[in-house]
Design a protein around this ligand. Structure first.
Ligand code: FES
Ligand code: FES
Length: 163
């Protein structure tokens, strides 16, 4: 199969990778670019563990070929925060026990980040609907919803304080 060079921006850095047309984006991110935050769960677009942000939209990266990401701007969980400087959402998940095993968490937080970009002041129902594509086998969702609502409140308070 003919390999091709794929150029994309990942977490603010321009990257060039060589991939076959059959290679899924999730594997290229994890195995060729070292972005192991997004996880492989179902590989059939159901669980959301592989969620990344592509050109301002939440995308399950097991559902597209890497070749389709030519020229795209991609953000993974690694681009949202770092161990020394957690994103507000990461802090909130930590504080409100929004995770147990953590397998779903990178996808959850990346999706929640896009949700709050689109709707900075969501209701609980908005959060539940907006997160419906991400499955967690551990938490029962209550604390995930609480974490996202709390992060939204904190982000809005910071914005108000800065005005
Ligand atoms: S691994 Fe992509 S949606 Fe489950
Ligand atoms: S915390 Fe285990 S799958 Fe969500």
């Amino acid at each position: 199969m003919t390999k091709q060079i794929i150029k994309m921006t990942v977490n603010g850095e321009v990257q060039e990778v060589i991939a076959e047309p059959r290679e899924l984006l999730i594997y290229v991110l994890r195995e060729k670019l070292g972005m192991t935050g997004p996880h492989v769960g179902c590989e059939t677009s159901h669980c959301g563990a592989c969620t990344v942000d592509i050109d301002g939209k939440s995308v399950k990266s097991c559902t597209m070929f890497a070749a389709q990401a030519q020229g795209a701007e991609i953000t993974t969980i690694e681009g949202l925060g770092s161990p020394d400087a957690l994103h507000v959402l990461q802090e909130s998940f930590k504080e409100h026990h929004g995770l147990q095993c953590g397998y779903c968490t990178p996808g959850m937080i990346t999706r929640a980040h896009r949700l709050l970009e689109e709707n900075p002041d969501p209701t609980e129902e908005d959060v539940r609907i907006g997160m419906a594509g991400n499955i967690c086998r551990c938490t029962g969702y209550q604390n995930i919803v609480k974490s996202i609502l709390s992060a939204a409140a904190e982000m809005n308070a910071s914005k108000e304080a800065a005005q």
